[in-house]
Design a protein around this ligand. Structure first.
Ligand SMILES: [Zn+2]
Length: 526
């Protein structure tokens, strides 16, 4: 009797574990961890980013960030997932060392609890800058390797504006990045990284045998490298067919991130696979193509100085005329409170009269000014200063003296937004910085960009809704933490020679460099 009960219990236990942890062929499900933090942070901006900005997800919550891990999704059933921590911050200034260490240590602690792993999905952007630390993503993955060992297959997915250091390439086994800018394929790319990882584990093929790495001495701003227009369009169109070849697992081109001053900031091509010759030829072909078209990258819109942009906008027969105040674009890493452009506009006599050409300026943070506007009330006069708290390098706080047009509360970024009319300019002042990308961001405040003569936004390329309503558009090359004129930035530590800074540089060596497989890391680290 006792024995038969034991048998029943044994039978139940084995059935339960087999449904939970095994594939039909009695193979146990692979154990795959998920980790990674993402931000692009400018070292040319005095702003700093703290831990809260990453809105970290922990444990099971991590899965909700990926549609391909939805309940009932086929992918979810293919592994025992061990999500640790993921975080994603809006672009900004450098990350504080405390924030970085805290996020990394939380990830490592979580990884230590659930060892061992067959795979790890490393989901990063690749353009994080941390105070006092070079190559944060390379540091992060090295510390992950120390915890999980060298057997685990790591698959990394990145933004094409991220940077791939040799150390990151060494520690990862599979690596890919987005193939579209704007990044409409972000989720698809992450899914590809996970699919590649599962395929290598399930098939028993393990780590790809070859990783080719080619650094390309090119630095370009994102606003010149859209894949909707040439030459980015045809360059990136070559990636998917390259990756689809037999013997290749993945192919990727990184534009890199231009607003950080480190040796790792430059373009990179990487190809992974099992066919040595094809991996090499594919990587070299993509790198050659990139180098050949380097001079053809231009801004996605006509560009010019702010003065040229305003002159054109005032003379234009069509409206609204959009101007991107691109140097302080908060969604690229600018502080978002540079007052230089607004100061120039308010000093322009064309806008000094109430009934002058209407211009909407979006936007400037000014917590004190917002309090003054609330105290004065809608329809009343307000006088105060805004902006230049974080970044005052180009102009001091801007003096605003005008009429409060509207006040609204509750936006998750801005908290409070105020429209104030100074001369013929409608200035949006916010308690905290906020990007203005949608029509409703304006209409909520009683401002109508479609009816305005000129709309100036702290932005790079126009987001779809603004792009759709523009009658004309100039990208003004204004100063700030993400100045689009890279030649104005005080680089000291990037590798030289580098296109476009060194005019007569020789053609670089674009032959594939073989990155050692991660199995060898133990030896090299000792
Ligand atoms: Zn990007």
């Amino acid at each position: 009797m006792k024995n038969s009960w034991l048998l029943v219990i044994f039978f139940l236990l084995t059935t339960l574990t087999s449904t939970a942890k095994q594939l039909p062929g009695n193979k146990p499900l692979p154990r795959v961890a998920i980790a990674g933090i993402a931000i692009e942070s400018s070292t040319f901006s005095p702003a700093q980013t703290d831990e809260a900005a990453f809105h970290a997800h922990y444990g099971k919550d991590v899965l909700s960030g990926y549609p391909f891990f939805a309940e009932d999704s086929p992918m979810l059933k293919r592994a025992t997932w061990i999500p640790t921590l993921t975080g994603h911050a809006l672009p900004g200034g450098v990350v504080t060392r405390e924030a970085y260490e805290s996020l990394v240590n939380k990830t490592l602690d979580s990884l230590k609890k659930h060892l061992p792993y067959d795979g790890l999905f490393f989901d990063i952007h690749g353009a994080m800058s941390v105070i006092g630390l070079d190559d944060p993503e390379g540091d992060f993955i090295t510390r992950i390797r120390k915890v999980i060992g060298t057997k685990t297959i790591i698959s990394t997915c990145m933004d094409l504006h991220g940077n791939v250091s040799w150390r990151l390439a060494e520690n990862t086994d599979l690596i890919t990045c987005y193939r579209m800018a704007p990044h409409e394929d972000a989720m698809q790319s992450k899914e590809r990284a996970v699919e590649n990882l599962l395929e290598r584990i399930e098939s028993g093929k393990g780590k790809p045998r070859y990783k080719a790495y080619i650094p390309i001495p090119i630095l370009l701003p994102g606003e010149k490298t859209s894949t909707r227009i040439e030459p980015g369009k045809s360059l990136y169109a070559e990636v998917a067919p390259a990756a689809a070849q037999r013997g290749i697992v993945d192919a990727a081109i990184w534009i890199g991130y231009a607003w950080a001053d480190e040796p790792r900031n430059h373009a990179v091509v990487m190809v992974t696979g099992d066919d040595m010759d094809r991996v090499k030829r594919t990587a070299e072909k993509l790198a050659q193509k990139f180098w050949q078209v380097r001079n053809d990258f231009v801004f996605v819109a006509p560009s010019g100085s702010l003065q040229e942009a305003l002159t054109n906008a005032l003379a234009s027969k069509v409206h609204p005329f959009f101007i991107s105040d691109s140097g302080d674009n908060p969604t690229a890493g600018g502080a978002g409170d540079v007052t230089w452009t607004l100061t120039e506009i308010l000093n322009n006599p064309a806008f000094s009269k109430e009934d002058g050409p209407s211009l909407i300026y979006a936007s400037i943070p000014g917590a004190d000014f917002v309090e003054k506007a609330i105290a004065a009330g809608v329809g009343q006069h307000v006088d105060g200063f805004a902006g230049a708290v974080v970044d005052s390098r180009f102009a001091p706080p801007v003096h605003l003296s005008g009429t409060v047009e509207s006040i609204i509360y509750g936006d998750k970024d801005a908290e409070v937004e105020v429209a104030v009319k100074v001369g013929s300019v409608h200035v949006i002042v916010t308690r905290k910085r906020k990007p203005y990308h949608k029509e409703i961001d304006f209409t909520r405040l009683g401002l109508y960009p479609r009816k305005a003569d000129i709309v100036v936004v702290k932005i790079g390329y126009l987001e779809p809704e603004l792009y759709a309503m523009r009658a004309d558009w100039i990208l003004a090359i204004t100063p700030g933490g993400v100045d689009q004129n890279l030649e104005r930035l005080p680089y000291k530590r990037i590798k030289r020679p580098m296109f476009p800074f060194d005019k007569n540089m020789k053609d670089p060596d674009l032959s594939a460099k073989w990155v050692p497989l991660s199995d060898h890391l133990k030896r090299t680290e000792k």
